[in-house]
Ligand binder design. Structure first.
Ligand SMILES: Cc1cc2nc3c(=O)[nH]c(=O)nc-3n(C[C@H](O)[C@H](O)[C@H](O)COP(=O)(O)OP(=O)(O)OC[C@H]3O[C@@H](n4cnc5c(N)ncnc54)[C@H](O)[C@@H]3O)c2cc1C
Length: 448
């Protein structure tokens, strides 16, 4: 038997900040699912109601399995309802790094799978009529150094050779599309877009329930016990007996399965929403309504909300539940990009935890016969978590290995755990310094 163990004073599950009001305003109502208060049987128990767990529940239910989803708090209250909103056709690694690690055939299948994420997300939104401010005008990536321009050019060539809508823009073309001359070069990837992640997550939950899955909120899976022919998952109020279990708890993983929480490092990520900018300035800022990030190491996302508010991803203290984002840094970023814009007034701050793995890949683990974990989205979970949910559902349903591109890996706890925070903290400081030095270099200014 395994039991619940707190993972320390910074446990992501004790989040001090509510899911954002900005997202609440344009999402369907909370599901209001009842807590589990009885004993039940199901084919599969899914632990965690974020993109990964809910996508697996939806696809399991559609595949004919009876499914119970247990959520410790509320649907989307983990990373899923707190994301910035970009639906990205990549993970953290470049295409050549994936091919090198997984080999030509498996690597290409994995790259294609990851790239299909936006089609999956926008397809589900259309199929289930999910209200989530879905926009698919593409994603922009600005290059902040010459080396990163070369890297983006390689990426563009890779996808162009495969007939995909990915192109490089020079400063003039980029300015026309975005209103900023800040970057000498940008990559435009027309496959991506943005959503209101809370709306998308609740919509996925509603779709899973409509397909037959049973959702219980405020029902933390406290223990997992092996029994003949399967597993018993216990909560404070009840229990579910099931043949298989899918754990989809990402950065919010607790002690439910030994070593699982230790296989990733939860990092705090932030974003800020401004008051709507004045009507007369709106056409100056990202008039094509793409979301823009750049190639620096830490947080650079900016997009415009439907009401004209600016929405920016933001750096801040990495390990505290009660901290605030570095607002001055983000105000400077707006001024650098759009110098003619009057100073923006911040309306709301949102934050949540991202689950970083040692190799920055999401992981699909077979923990024991019948127990799966799909975790480690590394801050890219809207498309990748939805995909991982499909992949784990396929494994549970016994689909042929050949149909499932996502590799199953052994659980590897981060070995340096006692020092991990110190190490990651130092690394983030080094990243901040490296970003600042590169941004002050001459590359961005030449020809501006
Ligand atoms: C500030 C921020 C910005 C981000 N921006 C983006 C972005 O722009 N694009 C993008 O693709 N991704 C982004 N991400 C990452 C993305 O949100 C996550 O990768 C994704 O939400 C992970 O989804 P998940 O379903 O795997 O886990 P989560 O959504 O974190 O869900 C895990 C759930 O498990 C529950 N849980 C934990 N333990 C138990 C238990 N014992 N019993 C029952 N339930 C339990 C938790 O309560 C939680 O609801 C961002 C994340 C943050 C925090």
């Amino acid at each position: 038997m395994t039991s619940l163990a707190p993972i320390g004073m910074h446990s992501p599950l004790d989040d001090a900040m509510p899911v954002g009001a900005t997202y609440e305003r344009s999402s369907r109502a909370p599901l209001g699912a009842p807590a589990l208060d009885t004993r039940k049987r199901a084919d599969v128990v899914v632990v965690g109601a974020g993109f990964t767990g809910l996508s697996s529940a939806l696809h399991l239910a559609e595949g004919g399995a009876s499914v119970v989803v247990l959520e410790a708090t509320e649907t989307g209250a983990g990373g899923s309802g707190r994301a910035f909103g970009q639906v990205v056709p990549y993970n953290k690694h470049g295409e050549s790094a994936i091919l090198e690690r997984f080999g030509a055939e498996r690597g290409q299948r994995l790259i294609d799978l990851i790239a299909s994420g936006p089609d999956l997300v926008y397809g589900l939104i259309a199929e289930h009529g999910i209200e989530c401010e879905a926009v698919r005008t593409g994603l922009l990536f600005g290059a902040h150094t010459a080396a990163n321009t070369a890297w983006l050019e390689r990426r563009a060539r890779f996808w162009q050779a495969r007939g995909q809508g990915v192109e490089m823009l020079d400063r003039e073309a980029a300015e026309k599309l975005t209103g900023t001359r800040y970057y000498p070069h940008m990559l435009l990837d027309r496959r991506g877009g943005t959503v209101n992640p809370l709306g998308y997550c609740r919509g996925l939950a509603a779709a899973a329930v409509a397909s037959g899955a049973v959702l219980h909120e405020h029902s933390r899976a406290a223990s997992l016990r092996k029994r003949d022919g399967g597993w018993t998952v216990e909560t404070a109020g009840g229990a579910v007996e099931a043949e298989q279990v899918v754990i989809a708890t990402d950065a919010y993983s607790d002690g439910l399965w030994p070593g699982l929480a230790k296989s990733l490092v939860p990092l705090r990520a932030y974003h800020l929403v401004s008051m709507p900018i004045e009507e007369r300035f709106r056409s100056m800022v990202l008039p094509g309504r793409q979301s823009l990030t750049d190639t620096r190491r830490l947080y650079s996302g900016i997009r415009v909300r439907p009401d004209g508010a600016l929405h920016l991803s933001c750096d801040g203290p990495a390990f505290r539940n009660d901290a605030r984002a570095f607002r001055e840094k983000i105000s400077r970023r707006v001024a650098d990009l759009f110098p003619a814009l009057p100073e923006v007034v911040w309306q709301e701050e949102m934050a949540g935890w991202v689950g970083m793995t040692y190799d920055q890949y999401p992981h699909l683990h077979s923990l024991a016969p019948g127990v799966w974990a799909a975790i480690g989205l590394n801050g890219r979970g809207i498309a990748a978590g939805t995909l991982l949910g499909v992949q784990v559902a396929g494994r549970v349903l016994g689909r042929p290995e050949a149909d499932l591109a996502y590799p199953v890996t052994p659980l590897a706890p981060v070995r340096v755990r006692p020092f991990t925070r110190a190490l990651v903290g130092s690394l983030m400081n080094a990243y901040r310094i490296a970003d600042a030095i590169e941004l002050r270099g001459s590359y961005l200014r030449e020809g501006r």
